[in-house]
Design a protein around this ligand. Structure first.
Ligand SMILES: Cc1cc2nc3c(=O)[nH]c(=O)nc-3n(C[C@H](O)[C@H](O)[C@H](O)COP(=O)(O)OP(=O)(O)OC[C@H]3O[C@@H](n4cnc5c(N)ncnc54)[C@H](O)[C@@H]3O)c2cc1C
Length: 360
């Protein structure tokens, strides 16, 4: 059994590694209390982040140049893809794996042993992709979204990666939130009011109020009967090492909350028994954590100024910061350029937060 790969957790990260290990002909055991749980979140990624092996059917919509609004409108010169969640889950098939529908309670990657709550023991190379639990110490992302029928709209708004305009009725000085708008298949648009990161993050009731205020103000018909998407997950706390992968292994980008594409593109490396955590990747992760500290330290009214500066950076620098998992040179260049372009009053806030050390 020692040649076997034991994967704990069948979220996007665990399923991706299991799928790729099976494709390599390895013996795979997967452990999850709910292995057949159907995924429902709206997943998206930049087109250039997804690995070539992913079945193209997993992509529902490609938006060649999404829009970002901070103080002004920016056309992001980078294709963005909204995934078909059901097709993605199907594409990451684990047919051929031994499936243990149980909760792993002892996961010892060093010794290569996993014990489940019912006492089953699996031995082999362990990948711990059990995700991240909630904790008041961990900054979270929250969002409240509704699916509006496209045929109910007089004209269709653009795909909005982030819209920080202040027409959401938030109290002055309250933590900010932005609007995310993407096509969700041929019938629906998803409008989602999002708290990028907060410790604590904004509550869903407040985000629902803000979304309602914003959409009504923009003439988007809201009936109150639309299907709803609720989002809440930690954006910090995962750490590389000891076989951990996905959110548990530190792959969530704290500036976006995204990890799905990062897990997909690292799946082959992990399936092969190697680690994506090169020295460069560890350094980048440290810089991203520093970036999160800066975000959390921004005065609410300055958040849009910060993103105005970020979206004003050349696309290669934006890409390096958002997706260059091991691109230390690019990440540093992006951070330096951002820092230099910030108004002096914000440089001080950012510098203090960046050198302030991690609280997580
Ligand atoms: C509505 C919504 C929208 C999102 N949109 C995006 C997006 O557009 N792009 C993006 O990149 N990310 C997005 N995210 C975040 C993304 O869902 C997470 O970052 C991602 O799911 C993390 O994947 P993971 O496989 O590491 O962990 P998880 O998805 O948390 O999966 C962990 C798995 O481990 C299992 N498990 C837990 N405990 C045990 C145990 N003890 N033993 C065995 N198994 C266990 C769980 O059942 C689960 O199946 C979104 C999240 C939400 C909620």
């Amino acid at each position: 059994m020692n040649g076997e790969v034991i994967i704990c957790g069948l979220g996007p990260a665990g399923r991706a590694v299991a799928h790729r290990a099976l494709a390599e002909g390895l013996a795979v055991t997967v452990i999850d209390p709910h292995p057949e749980r159907v995924w429902t979140p709206t997943y998206a990624a930049w087109a250039d982040e997804l690995p070539g092996w992913l079945d193209p059917a997993a992509v529902a919509v490609t938006v060649p140049a999404p829009t970002a609004w901070a103080l002004e409108e920016h056309r992001l010169d980078r294709a963005y893809q909204i995934l078909d969640t059901a097709a993605l889950q199907r594409a990451l098939s684990v047919d051929g794996a031994r499936v243990i529908a149980d909760r792993a309670v002892e996961v010892d990657a060093r010794r290569g042993v996993v014990t489940t709550v019912s006492g089953q023991v699996a031995r082999g190379r362990v990948v711990d992709a059990r995700g991240l639990g909630r904790s008041p110490r961990r900054a979270e992302q929250t969002a409240y979204g509704i699916l509006v029928r496209r045929d109910a709209l007089d004209s269709e708004p653009p795909t909005l990666f982030m819209d920080w305009r202040g027409d959401n009725g938030a109290e002055p000085g309250a933590p900010p939130s932005f609007l995310y708008t993407v096509p969700r298949g041929p019938e629906f648009l998803l409008f989602e009011e999002t708290c990028l990161a907060g410790r604590p993050a904004l509550g869903l009731d407040e985000l629902r109020r803000r979304l309602d205020h914003r959409l009504r103000g923009r003439g988007i018909p809201v009936t109150g009967t639309e299907p709803v998407e609720r989002v809440r997950f930690p954006v910090e706390g995962g750490r590389p090492g000891r076989g951990r992968f996905g959110a548990a292994g530190g792959l969530i980008h704290p500036a976006t909350g995204y990890s799905v594409a990062a897990s997909l593109r690292a799946a082959d490396t992990v399936a092969a028994g190697a680690t994506p955590w090169t020295a460069g990747a560890r350094a980048v992760a440290g810089l991203r954590r520093a970036g999160l500290r800066a975000l959390l330290a921004l005065p609410p009214h300055e958040t849009a100024v910060f993103f105005e500066t970020f979206f004003g950076l050349p696309t290669p620098l934006q890409r390096a910061y958002l997706s260059g998992d091991a691109d230390l040179t690019g990440t540093l260049a992006a951070m330096r350029a951002l820092f230099a372009a910030l108004p002096p009053r914000l440089r001080r806030t950012v510098a203090t937060a960046v050198v302030g050390g991690s609280r997580s």
